[in-house]
Design a protein around this ligand. Structure first.
Ligand code: FES
Length: 90
């Protein structure tokens, strides 16, 4: 089990890189406010974020299909691979 730290709006959250839960759900469970209109189904894009620091898992097929502007990612579709910092788009 690897626990990394993800900073969002100046607050540090712990994320388990081995968990089945994507980063978004793990951050929400710790009180992070993330708009998730589709509840993690990968269709609304309201959970999109810009990585500021750190490494994240490869883009999923869902993310590839979304054609997000680089370097945006979907928090409900990925997990961090290292400590990092993110900036939500919405
Ligand atoms: S919560 Fe809708 S795409 Fe992530």
């Amino acid at each position: 089990m690897a626990i990394v730290t993800i900073r969002l709006k100046g607050v540090d959250y712990k994320v388990d890189t081995d968990s089945d839960e994507p980063m978004m759900q793990q951050l929400q469970e710790q009180g992070a406010e993330i708009v998730a209109a589709c509840n993690g189904a990968g269709i609304c894009q309201t959970c999109s974020f810009k990585p500021v620091e750190g490494e994240f898992t490869e883009k999923t097929q869902t993310e590839e299909m979304m054609d997000l502007p680089e370097p945006e990612r979907l928090a409900c579709q990925c997990k961090p691979k290292s400590d990092g910092e993110i900036e939500m788009i919405y």
